[in-house]
Design a protein around this ligand. Structure first.
Ligand code: HEC
Length: 433
């Protein structure tokens, strides 16, 4: 079965019930009624029956198909009023970290809004969101001094340092080490190529994504494996169509791959900057190189791969709890945030789309061994497929790189995305007013 990712399956999820301790919405500032927190509630909170959900969710509960929320009625009014109150502040009284997180969230909402035709009220909201993004922006120099949250998450000792037999969540201390750690960052050869184009585009270039791999034996063993993989052309041509060859060298059992998401910020002079704020990490750890049996769309990866996801809670980080990162458990449910069908589950009859997040990984990563590494396969594959194809395009194996190089490539790549171009136009427009 051959599938392309775009529009067919569910990828990243927005989690339904984030840490309940965040329910007072004190996400950027300790005072729950600080105007920034009020803005967060106005933009993120949704009504689910008699429950209010969405506060401190990693991504706002907004979809391409959202028809009324924030666009009309009371939710629109509240968004406008809360943004006006924020813009009226003489002293923001927010830390640099809070300003970065708030800007990131405003950016997500603005990008969503600009993905549609705007009427007068849409324009009124877009103008305020763009002004607020500029108002909370910080200088490049301050961003360069920021400390990330990953080290605090590791030193909190809440999680294992490496995979365990009983599949307990882990955060390896050297996952983000600049050069000397066991983990190697994957890059794609060729001008303009990045390791995770699907996720970068899915989030409109607002997040940076880094793909990492660790083979048992550490850094040297990992580099040796990548060299072996890189020596092969991944595809073979037949009648103008490229087929993945079926004899790619596998990494050994015990290999782990990671996808690390980091927040971007926009400086006072409109430059994008990749911050050290880790907002999400996914891991897959290989217990077997065989393909798990599949029933078509959904595939249970266990006991072939252990899967994990960590997410940032702004409120937990503000309170100093383990860098704000928490591991999703086996029951955490969520709605698709990218790659979904774009329908707003809160505006449609009985939202049937929420799923157990860790049970979805098999939809896209169920091939045997190296063939389940989507960065190798280049985003054309599906459950059980080895011979994925892509017409007229030659695939090259990923190669080792370092995060700093990937950041340069990624920023260039993302400046071509329509989503960024639309946001940049609005930032410029309100800057001239
Ligand atoms: C809709 C398909 C889809 C689903 C579902 C999905 N992923 Fe992925 N994943 C991808 C794609 C595509 C990439 C390659 C990066 C890119 O191009 O953005 C990727 C990359 C990764 C990577 C980096 C290594 C690699 O395979 O390239 C990890 C780790 C990962 N995903 C883990 C997970 C976990 C854990 C889950 C479940 C919580 C999951 N993924 C669910 C599509 C998916």
């Amino acid at each position: 079965m051959l599938l392309s990712w775009a529009g067919t399956l569910v990828g990243f999820f927005t989690i339904l019930s984030p840490s309940t301790s965040a329910s007072d919405g004190a996400v950027y500032h300790a005072q729950s009624d600080h105007p920034a927190n009020v803005v967060h509630r106005a933009l993120f909170e949704r009504q689910d029956g008699d429950q209010r959900v969405g506060i401190d969710a990693l991504d706002p509960y907004l979809w391409p198909g959202t028809k009324t929320h924030l666009l009309t009625g009371e939710s629109h009014q509240q968004a406008i009023e809360s943004l006006d109150a924020l813009l009226a502040l003489e002293d923001l009284d927010l830390s640099v970290r809070a300003r970065v997180l708030l800007q990131r969230d405003l950016w997500a909402v603005l990008a969503w809004l600009l993905g549609r035709e705007l009427d007068v009220s849409g324009e009124a909201l877009a103008g305020r969101l763009a002004r607020a993004m500029r108002r909370v922006a910080v200088e490049k120099e301050s961003l360069e001094l920021l400390e990330g949250n990953y080290a605090s998450a590791v030193t909190s000792r809440r999680w294992q340092k490496a995979p365990t037999k009983d599949a307990r969540p882990f955060l390896p201390p050297d996952l983000l080490a600049k050069e000397a750690g066991d983990w190697v960052t994957l890059g794609k050869p060729g001008p303009g190529s990045i390791a995770a184009p699907v996720h970068v585009a899915g989030f409109g270039g607002r997040s940076a994504f880094f793909v990492k791999i660790r083979v048992p034996g550490g850094r040297d063993a990992t580099l040796r494996y990548l060299e072996k993989l890189g020596a092969r052309t991944l595809t073979v041509a037949r009648d103008g169509t490229y087929f993945f060859r079926g004899d790619l060298p596998h990494f050994p059992v015990g290999t782990t791959v990671a996808l690390v998401r980091r927040a971007l910020a926009i400086t006072v002079d409109g430059q994008r900057h990749v911050t050290p704020f880790v907002t999400q990490i996914q891991f897959r750890h290989y217990l077997s190189l065989e393909a798990p049996p599949t029933d078509g769309m959904r595939t249970d990866l266990t006991p072939f791969q252990q899967v994990f996801e960590f997410e940032l809670s702004r409120a937990a980080w503000r309170r100093g709890e383990s860098g704000g990162l928490h591991a999703l458990d086996r029951e955490s449910r969520g709605f698709p945030s990218i790659f979904g069908h774009g329908v707003d589950p809160f505006e449609s009859e009985g939202h049937g789309e929420e799923g157990v997040v860790l049970e979805t990984c098999g939809s896209c990563h169920a091939q045997p061994g190296v063939y389940s590494v989507a960065t190798v396969m280049g985003g054309m594959s599906g459950p059980g497929a080895i011979m994925a194809f892509s017409i007229g395009e030659e695939r090259l194996a990923p190669e080792p790189t370092v995060d700093a190089v990937e950041i340069d490539r990624l920023l260039k790549h993302a400046s071509e995305l329509d989503s960024w171009k639309r946001v940049a136009r609005w930032l410029e427009k309100v800057g001239q007013q």
